[in-house]
Design a protein around this ligand. Structure first.
Ligand SMILES: CC(=O)SCCNC(=O)CCNC(=O)[C@H](O)C(C)(C)COP(=O)(O)OP(=O)(O)OC[C@H]1O[C@@H](n2cnc3c(N)ncnc32)[C@H](O)[C@@H]1OP(=O)(O)O
Ligand SMILES: O=C([O-])CC(=O)C(=O)O
Length: 446
């Protein structure tokens, strides 16, 4: 018999022995997904890096939904965006703040950027051996592979001393933009038969400027484009210690493993479509919806599509309206609010106002429909407008989630270091055995 049929049979039979009824989770007080009864997260750590505020508690301790606020080291991200005259390097400034706990002076920021810039270049044969010779179909997997490979270029890779972790982390951060862009170039060269274009990173460019210049055929970009990408990197830089990919980093690094392994694990977590990979799903979903109903669709038609998505009757069958809902935020995600504002401005310039208006209308209708259907407030999240923004910048879909990595790596690093410094216990929760005890039956008696 075909071995796959055997496997299917074993799998079917196993259901008699392995099932765990859903109600047992509450019977034994298990916090599924590390969530409390009211869906708030179980407290697993202390942090001074970022605070994600999505609800408040009244005097009785009941959760009350509110507009979202995100603080980087106690500073509201909206203030970081608005209150300073824009001089570029907003992302790098946030990296400094998240890592060192205070806002840098101009001199300190320049010195920090110099540290990053001095590590922009990849090791000598890295591009040829790892990216051009070994193209990857999925850039997130390719990023994981590249980080694991960078281990071999480090003369002391298993050194997990805190200061060494900082140095190694910054080195990885500096190199990620070229790794991601070259991995994309290699992919489209080999799989899509496009010409291979390699521009080297420039030391006088910020992270955002380098990404644009390495991606564009002629290396050119406008100041406004670089500003939007810088803002997007800034907005994705950290989201507190409970975020799945950040917690993953802490879980993995709490074993004292090397930084390359913990960063690769976080990339694996971020790839998932319920986490950072949602930015690609949103972009595909919106493209399918616009194809199906057109930009001039009535509100009723849009609502109809949303209902179909929820009931698994439209294209992707996950039942999820990607870009909506959040584990912490309820009424609004401040990052989506900021993005909406800046996307609206760029859409005007790029002649893409009609698509932006559609996104806007869809957002309002989705928020209302989801709240009605699910009985809870659900807002648009950071992944809703980001793909639209990248698209306006001419950035290909393949790079949407890798850009999240390029930005969030600083958050992973900051939390990795904070855990090493102050908590430093191996993460090891418990799981209750709920199976039966069985006697061993010799093979001939089964
Ligand atoms: C960077 C980021 O990670 S931001 C999040 C990006 N992810 C997405 O946009 C994917 C869509 N959203 C989701 O899957 C969820 O809202 C999450 C994973 C972000 C948060 O999930 P949670 O806080 O755990 O909410 P939970 O999954 O318990 O949702 C409660 C109910 O609402 C449903 N729900 C939540 N979000 C959505 C959504 N976007 N579309 C449809 N249903 C949803 C859930 O399926 C669940 O339904 P059920 O009670 O009928 O099973
Ligand atoms: O915090 C979360 O659960 C997910 C999120 O928004 C992020 O990682 O930025």
């Amino acid at each position: 018999m075909d071995k796959n049929i055997y496997l299917a049979q074993f799998y079917g039979k196993s259901q008699n022995y392995t099932q765990i009824p859903r109600e047992w989770y509450s019977k034994y007080g298990v916090k599924r997904g590390l969530r409390n009864e009211d869906h708030t997260g179980v407290l697993v750590g202390l942090t001074r890096i970022a605070d994600v505020v999505g609800y408040q508690r009244n005097a009785e301790g009941t959760k009350i939904d509110c507009d979202g606020i995100l603080y980087y080291r106690g500073i509201d991200i909206r203030d970081l965006v608005k209150k300073e005259k824009y001089n570029g390097y907003l992302y790098e400034q946030a990296c400094f703040l998240l890592l060192f706990g205070y806002l840098p002076t101009r001199e300190e920021l320049n010195a920090f950027c110099k540290v990053l810039q001095d590590s922009y270049d990849l090791p000598d044969d890295f591009l040829e051996m790892n990216l051009l010779r070994l193209p990857g179909r999925n850039l997130m997997n390719k990023l994981q592979h590249s980080l694991i490979t960078l281990y071999n270029y480090d003369p002391d890779p298993d050194n997990t001393d805190v200061y060494q972790t900082l140095r190694k982390g910054l080195n990885i951060m500096s190199k990620l933009p070229s790794i991601a862009v070259y991995a994309y170039m290699s992919k489209v060269h080999y799989y899509n038969r496009k010409s291979l274009v390699i521009h080297y990173p420039r030391k006088d460019y910020s992270t955002a400027e380098n990404i644009l210049s390495m991606l564009r055929l002629d290396g050119s970009f406008t100041a406004k484009e670089a500003q939007l990408l810088d803002l997007l990197l800034f907005l994705h830089a950290d989201h507190g210690g409970g975020t799945n990919s950040t917690f993953t980093n802490v879980v993995v690094s709490s074993t004292d493993t090397d930084i390359y392994s913990s960063m690769a694990s976080s990339i694996g977590a971020l790839k998932g479509p319920r986490h950072g990979g949602a930015n690609v799903k949103v972009s595909l979903m919106m493209e399918n919806i616009i194809d199906a109903v057109g930009l001039k669709a009535t509100d009723g038609q849009i609502k109809d599509v949303i209902e179909k998505i929820l009931h698994r009757q439209f294209k992707n069958h996950s039942g999820l309206v990607y870009g909506f809902g959040h584990a912490v935020y309820t009424l609004s995600d401040p990052r989506a609010e900021i993005m909406r504002h800046y996307c609206g401005m760029l859409a005007k310039e790029k002649g893409m106002e009609d698509i932006f208006d559609f996104y806007n209308r869809f957002e309002k209708i989705a928020v209302k429909t989801l709240s009605e259907e699910k009985g809870a407030n659900m807002c648009s999240n950071v992944d809703y407008y980001s793909g639209f923004a990248y698209n306006m910048l001419g950035i290909p879909r393949d790079l949407y989630t890798p850009l999240f990595v390029i930005s969030r790596i600083v958050g992973w690093l900051a939390h990795n270091i904070e855990h090493k410094l102050y908590d430093n216990r191996i993460v090891r929760p418990a799981a209750k055995y709920v199976g039966d005890l069985m006697d061993y039956i010799p093979m001939e008696d089964r």
